[in-house]
Write a new protein. Structure first.
Length: 79
């Protein structure tokens, strides 16, 4: 069965200019952490985690974007 994880690409703005950007991953306890802490699950489980996080932490939608990754030979973004 194919496994997935969710990456949050974020950006921060200051005085109308982007001052920081990066990536974090969604963890099993619905927090954001490093790639080694990322929750790995089925497509449905991963989508549900993203939905919960987006509802509970709206900034993950307003100041960033979610990327679904699947595991093949390495982790790659699903297009």
């Amino acid at each position: 069965m194919k496994k997935y994880r969710a990456r949050w690409d974020y950006w921060k703005w200051q005085n109308g200019e982007m001052c920081d950007e990066g990536s974090c991953w969604l963890t099993d306890d619905d927090h954001i952490g490093s790639s080694t802490e990322a929750a790995v699950g089925t497509l449905g489980e991963t989508i549900n985690r993203i939905a919960r996080m987006s509802r509970n932490e709206p900034r993950t939608v307003t100041s960033g974007g979610w990327v679904l990754e699947s595991k093949r030979k390495g982790w790659i973004a699903v297009e």
